[in-house]
Write a protein that binds this ligand. Structure first.
Ligand SMILES: NC(=O)c1ccc[n+]([C@@H]2O[C@H](COP(=O)([O-])OP(=O)(O)OC[C@H]3O[C@@H](n4cnc5c(N)ncnc54)[C@H](OP(=O)(O)O)[C@@H]3O)[C@@H](O)[C@H]2O)c1
Length: 296
């Protein structure tokens, strides 16, 4: 049995779907008040049953029986929560579980220092020193489901408003990965001994300039829209005013600096070890636009 930890989030349902398609028995470790409906719908659509174990990573005792039953686990809780990882690793030591796939992030590779990056780096080193048969996968920005906070939100905004706002020149590189490629990577490495004790960057097929990405979205949406480009310094000023007056700001100034950094991630190691062959942004976004047309 594979234990999914953090399955009620964005990535969980596609990972569950992929593992069920690959005939794994899956249990999900969830908190008592976690929303389970998407996982139940996924299992129902696959014609399979899943089991829920209730517990919280705040307490090792509450999760030990779930871990004891697992042959392997996929850990999808954000590694910025180093204290939750510490509880997990110390609890695992009390069980026979050895094989765990951890989902980290390419945030670690961005040349900008932040507390989040530091915590994720600390977490990765705890994993590497844990004695587990670990694999760490570091996806870039994930898109490709109606729940994604990046491209789904962007497409809905453009459809509604007929324009889009960006910061900087738009010449910075991005390399988002489709959510199904993340789910497939997890299924591909899970039983692959070749991937034990290794860390892999996984990203979309090719890096694209932000402006190229907008052109692809324009072509695939078959809709003309204006792009309002705000210079970075002005953007930081405006967002710092907005984040002070808004009760629940959706952007903070530090995000503007991160947005305009080049984000391109070679994935040769993943290609060599588990045939990682991700979708192009053209194909991924076309799929997402079609899904949103059906669902919205
Ligand atoms: N989304 C992206 O674009 C992206 C990109 C790169 C890497 N990643 C990485 O991929 C992984 C999954 O991301 P995601 O977007 O699916 O995350 P998410 O939507 O934020 O889901 C987080 C999950 O963690 C669970 N969780 C949080 N605190 C917990 C606790 N104390 N005890 C037990 N469970 C707890 C949540 O459970 P509840 O439902 O109970 O809250 C939820 O299932 C993360 O490691 C993330 O860093 C994500």
């Amino acid at each position: 049995m594979v234990l999914l930890i953090g399955a009620t989030g964005f990535l969980g349902p596609p990972v569950l779907k992929k593992l069920l398609e690959n005939n794994y028995d899956v249990d999900c470790l969830v908190r008592a008040d976690s929303e389970r409906s998407k996982l139940l719908d996924t299992a129902r659509s696959a014609g399979k049953k899943i089991k829920f174990n209730t517990g919280t990573l705040q307490s090792g005792d509450s999760i030990i029986s779930a871990i004891k039953e697992a042959k392997s686990a996929v850990y999808m809780i954000d590694l910025k929560y180093t204290h939750l990882l510490e509880t997990f690793l110390s609890t695992v030591k009390r069980t026979g579980l050895k094989r765990v796939v951890f989902i980290s992030s390419t945030t670690i590779l961005i040349p900008l220092e932040s507390m989040i990056k530091k915590k994720k780096i600390d977490s990765e080193s705890l994993i590497k020193n844990s004695g587990l048969d670990y694999t760490i996968l570091r996806p870039s920005m994930i898109y490709g489901s109606k729940n994604d906070i990046n491209f789904s939100k962007m497409i809905r905004f453009i459809k509604r408003k007929g324009f889009f706002i960006t910061f900087g020149s738009g010449n910075n590189l991005i390399q988002p990965i489709h959510i199904e490629d993340v789910a497939s990577s997890i299924a591909d490495v899970l039983d692959s001994k070749k991937t034990y004790q290794k860390t892999y960057n996984i990203a979309g097929k090719n890096p694209l300039k932000y402006n190229e990405m907008l052109d692809i979205v324009r072509n695939k949406l078959k809709k003309k829209f204006k792009v309002i480009k705000i210079p970075i310094k002005l953007g930081i000023l405006l967002i710092s005013i907005y984040s002070k007056i808004s009760k629940n700001p959706s952007l903070v100034p530090g995000q503007i600096e991160r947005m305009v950094i080049n984000k391109s991630y070679p994935y040769d190691k993943a290609r060599a070890d588990f045939n990682f062959s991700p979708a192009s942004f053209e194909d991924g976004i076309e799929k997402l636009i079609k899904e949103l047309e059906v669902q919205d």
